[in-house]
Structure formats: C-alpha cells, structure tokens
Design a binder for this molecule. Structure first.
Ligand code: BDP
Length: 653
C-alpha cells in the first residue's frame, strides 16, 4: 500500500512540475506588483504609525466634509479634531457610542517630515502605502487627491515623489478619508436602510444592515508608511516551487519597472546565507540540490524553512529586494490533502483580527501572543475567516510553519442582488489583489473565495464557476474552495471547488440542547457530501458559545461543559472519518470576538476556546490534548523512526 502511495505521489510530482511551467500566464489585470515594503541597501522605509488628527463627518447628509473640502486645509481648521492611533479601529477608542457605531466618512490627517534626500534626489521614488483601511478610502497629499481604494483588508499604494517635490518648503500633509458604508456590491455586502416612520425614528435615521457575524470595525487598520525605491525598481516577483527527489525547484519571474529589464541577478541563499542557486535572467528555474523543504509545524523537526531570494537590478542605479521563499508542493486527491507528497491533516482554528480597544487594528503583541497560543495547543493551521489578514501574520505563518487557508472578504453574500455583475466584477478584482499580495507565501496552501454564500440561489452557479475559474487562472498551483453550510444537494458552487469545506452547528442552531444527535447528524453530513462530490472534506467550522466561568452538569447551552461535549462529540466522528476522506477540523473560534448587538450575542460571540483576552476556557485544554495527539499520529515526519522522538512532536507533558 505504501509503495502504491509513493508511486502515485511520484506521478503527481511529475505532473505538478509540468504544470509549474504554465503558471505565469496568469490572468491578472492589475498592472503593478504589491511587494511587502522591506528595507534594503536601495530602499528606505518610514513608518507613519502613531497619533493622527481625526474627525468624523457626522453631518446629517454625511457629506459636509466633501461640500466643504476638508482635504484642502489642515483638518484642525475645519473643526474639532481628536487624537486617533494608527493602526487601530476608531470604534472603541473613545467613550462616545455614536463614534463606536458611526457609519460614514471619517478623516485622518498627519503631517510628515520627509527626509531631505528623498526630495532632492529626483532618482528616488517615494511611495505612500496603506496596509489596509476599512472600507473605502480616498487619499490626498497637500490637498491633491493621489489615490482611492475600495476594500477593507488589502493594501494600496501610490507614488507621491513628484508632488512633495513641487514645493519642498511645505510639510507633507497626508489626509485619508475612510468610509465604512457597506452596500450590496461591496465585499462583504451590506445594506443601508432609512427609517421613515417618524413616530419611531427622527429625520435622517438609518441603519446599516450586515449579513455577517462580526463587528464592522473601521478606520486605518494596518501600518501606513512611506518607502523609497530607485526610479528603476523591482516591481514584482512571483515564485512557484516544487521538488523532484532531493532537488528543490523554484520557478520565478521578476518584473522591473522604470527601465527595460536590463541586467538583473537573482541569488537564492539558505538560512546560513550561503548561495545555493543563482541566475542572471528575469525569469527561470532555480535548482536547489539537497533541498530543505518547507514543512508545516509538527510535521517535521525543522518546520518553516525559508530561503532568501535576493533580486538585484544593475541599471545605472541599483535596486535590491529580498523575498523569503519556502520550497514546498501542494496537491489534492479525492481523499487527501498533500504537502510535499505527504498527507496533511488540518488540526487548527478559525480566527478573527479582533481584540479589546484596538478592534481590528494591527498589534504585534497580540499577534505574537496568538502564535504562542496556537503552538501551545498544537494547532498546525488556520483559516483567515472572513477576510485577508495582515501580511505580517502570513510572514509569521511562513516562519513558524502554520498552514493557512487564505480567505477573501466574501462573507455574507446572501441577497440575490449581491450575485449580480457589479458584485462579481468587484469580487474578481479582490481576488486579483489577494493573489497578487499573498501568492509567494509558502504557508498559504488554499484560497477560499467566500464564506457561507446563499449558494442554493440560481445565480450562484455562474457566480462561483466564474470566480473559482478566475482564481485558478490566477494561481493554478493552489486548490480553491469556498465555505458552505447549505444543503449538499442544493449547493450550486460545490462542483467547482477542489476541497469541500463545511460548517455545521449541530445541537446549537439546530436541535438546540440535543447533544445526543451530533454523531448521527455529523456522520450523515459527511456521507452525503462525500457521496455526492467525491472530494476531500474539511470541517471548516463547528463549536458552541460558552460564557467563561458558566458551569452546569448535566450541560446546558452557554456553559463550558456544553461547549466541551459539543467538541468531543464532533471529535469522535472526525476520528472515524479522517481515516477515509475528512482532511481537517478547524474549531470556531480561536477566541471570543465582538459582534453587533443582538439577542443571540452577549457582548459578542462566545464560541472562542480562549476569551477575547486570550485566557483559556476548558475547551482549549481539550483541543490541546487532541491536537498534540493528532500531531503524533498524523504528522508523518518522514524521518527514520529514531527521529520520531524529536522534541517538536512529543507531548509537552
Ligand atoms: C457561522 C459563520 C461565522 C459565525 C458563526 C456563529 O460562518 O461567521 O460567527 O456561524 O454563528 O455560520 O458563531
């Protein structure tokens, strides 16, 4: 049997290597790259994080700021401003409930001292980059509009050198207006409704409806920075990796802007800085003998191995950019998910970017704490439910070997109008931006194009066929999925996905309180989906709310005991089905998180196995025990037996 598997895997390997060469004909309409800004001998980075001036436009028509052109002068001259930290959501920073729940334009402004050399040196490009701002942003520099961007979870940037050179004596005033209004064509979609009954609502009263279960935090969520490149610069790099026997293959393509490609050099270095392969061509294949593959956490004693690809241009002024590269392969069969030809079982979590005070604001302390918790509990993977997370988080995943299902913000596509052409066009754009940003991360092993859309509606078939085909055209090397909760027989998009991802909440949203039904219902769920589609299945969400410290035996909903029994009942079915075609289990949710106020939420969603402050509920220990056991059983180290005792895969106790 083992040999059979090996032969099949070798066949897949050859096929993959052939596919590898077709990959760069991707159909992305974006005309520039979005490399993560990094310092190098030719590039400087200046962070603009800290306090910005802030003012919300709370005029009745929500448009006074544009009528009065707030961007033309200093924000403080238009009216009262407050301090606002960047990055952070603005919602929970003040004591003002109106700002917490604000819908409309908010304005951020900051004056920046630009280093004199950046201004005097005409050969320097100065780029303003926003890591993310939710949802729609317009940016001005010294009162001149420089760019705008739709979408809350992906970066955008613009070159501003010529503008700041116009009058080097004026400070560089950056104004960013951000609007969090969601409509039927935004991603995620939403709807604004004006309330007309004057006996109940004052003039102009409106409500933002959303169809997703997390607080619609807004503001500048990720770092804002200025960075430089020379005029002729490395604009984009794409790498696709594989291996044959013990040789790693790195197919790469470099695009240079601002000059004909000219001479470039590409050097791949190992962790110790030794060159292992090089080339002087803008595209090609680097061959790495005795390769150190990129392995997931707990699948190898040395997970997350990264090479460094140094790309240099040698056109009058030199540019240099270094890209971390992990060499690994990904493939899917009808019953397995393979990483480096070895079956990989996802035992992990769903997360949110969410915490007290900062909301969805980027915070290194929180990120490092979360990674420590993930590793403590033996999680080898997570899904970026329900939107792309900060690039810095994916870099952590690359380095620590945490496997990622990378999800776009297609959550809450429930209204039939959100399946129309405008919505689809925007969704395709968002996938372009997402793949452009995340394509080089070895940790990203699958794209998820949506969460729980109304996939039974007739237009869903065309919508998902188009969306998934487009995503595969962008990146033929990774499987594509969307997350479903609907009836297997009516799901219009399922034929197009590579892996079936199912969410279910037995004994919670259905048959509340009937824990005894979980085995029957879960078993049928798996049999039905597999029977119909013959594709591997991930339980992409399951769980139950537990208010920390609330106890009851026999268990009652919302107690820690009830959450535990739900988990354990699911686990016993997973243990049968993972021997067949179930390839993963992701708990909903890693930590409690904030939602809109409503009858089913007691200060947010309490399905976390950690509290919002990252303290464990009892369920965290149940998962910890299970995940370490799974790691020991399914980790498949691929090492000689003596090495199986290595520290990384032993029980921590
Ligand atoms: C799922 C959604 C998730 C919710 C969860 C819940 O995908 O966003 O938070 O239900 O209700 O259906 O807890």
């Amino acid at each position: 049997r083992q040999r059979g598997e090996a032969v099949r895997a070798a066949g897949l390997g050859m096929l993959r290597v052939v596919c590898l060469f077709a990959v760069f004909d991707a159909v992305c309409l974006l005309d520039s790259g979005m490399l993560f800004p990094r310092e190098s001998p030719s590039r400087e980075v200046k962070e603009l994080n800290g306090l910005w001036d802030f003012r919300a436009d709370d005029s009745t028509n929500r448009n006074q700021s544009f009528e009065r052109a707030w961007y033309k002068k200093r924000l403080a001259e238009t009216g009262p401003v407050i301090d606002m930290p960047v990055p952070a959501s603005y919602n929970d920073i003040t004591q003002d409930a109106a700002l917490r729940d604000f819908i409309g334009w908010v304005w951020y402004e900051r004056e920046v001292v630009v280093p004199a050399r950046w201004i005097s040196d005409e050969g320097t490009r100065v780029v303003l980059r926003v890591g993310s701002a939710h949802y729609f942003s317009i940016v001005w520099v010294n009162g001149v509009k420089v760019t705008q961007h739709a979408g809350g979870h992906l970066p955008f940037e613009v070159e501003i050198g010529s503008l700041i050179r116009k009058d080097p004596t004026t400070p560089c005033r950056i104004t960013i207006a951000v609007n969090n209004t969601l409509n039927l064509d935004t991603l995620p979609p939403g709807k604004i409704q004006y309330m007309e009954d004057r006996t109940k609502y004052p003039e102009g009263f409106f409500v933002q409806y959303i169809y997703f279960d997390f607080f619609n935090y807004a503001g500048i969520h990720r770092p804002v920075l200025l960075y430089t490149t020379p005029k002729a610069y490395v604009d984009d790099i794409t790498v696709v990796t594989d291996f044959l026997d013990n040789a790693g293959l790195v197919k790469y393509k470099v695009s240079v802007q601002g000059a004909a490609t000219g001479t470039i050099s590409v050097t791949l270095k190992d962790k110790d800085g030794r060159s292992v392969a090089s080339s002087s061509k803008p595209s090609g294949v680097l061959k790495v003998e005795d390769v150190n593959l990129w392995w997931p956490y707990l699948m190898h004693e040395n997970p997350g191995y990264l090479y460094s690809m140094e790309v240099r241009t040698h056109i009058h002024v030199k540019d240099m950019y270094t890209l971390p590269v992990g060499i690994r392969s990904v493939a899917v069969t009808s019953t397995q998910f393979l990483i480096n030809d070895k079956p990989f079982y996802f035992h992990g979590v769903n997360k949110h970017e969410d915490s007290d005070i900062r909301g969805k604001g980027f915070d290194w302390s929180l990120i490092v704490k979360d990674f420590n918790l993930l590793k403590w509990m033996g999680a080898n993977s997570f899904r970026t439910s329900h939107y792309p997370y900060a690039e810095e988080i994916l870099q952590m995943c690359d380095r620590h070997g945490i496997v990622v299902i990378d999800e776009c913000p297609g959550v809450g596509i429930k209204d039939i109008r959100s399946f129309g052409n405008a919505s689809l066009a925007h969704h395709l754009d968002v996938m372009d931006e997402l793949v452009r940003r995340d394509k080089n991360h070895p940790s990203v092993v699958m794209w998820s194009v949506a969460n729980e859309p109304a996939s039974e509606m007739p237009p869903a078939e065309f919508y998902f066929e188009t969306l998934i085909k487009h995503t595969k055209d962008l990146d033929p090397t990774r499987p594509v999925t969307y997350i479903t909760d609907s009836n297997y027989a009516r799901d219009k998009g399922a034929p197009f996905v590579d892996v079936i991802c199912v969410n279910s909440y037995f004994s919670w949203y259905h048959d509340s309180g009937h824990l005894e039904l979980i085995p029957l219902q879960l078993n049928n769920q798996f049999e039905n989906w597999y029977g119909k589609y013959k594709k591997p299945i991930i339980q992409s969400e399951y769980g139950a709310d537990a208010v920390p410290g609330l106890h009851s035996d026999p268990p009652v909903m919302f107690t820690e005991e009830y959450q535990n029994i739900v988990l354990q009942s699911y686990h016993s079915v997973f243990d049968q089905k993972r021997k067949q075609y179930v390839i993963g289990e992701l708990i909903w949710n890693f930590a409690d998180f904030m939602t809109v106020q409503g009858l089913t939420r007691v200060v947010g969603n309490k399905k976390g196995v950690f509290t919002r402050q990252r303290q464990p509920k009892r369920a965290a220990f149940i998962l910890k025990e299970r995940y370490w056991r799974l790691a020991n059983e399914t980790g498949r180290l691929g090492l000689p037996p003596s090495n199986h005792q290595c520290h990384a895969v032993k029980y921590p106790w």
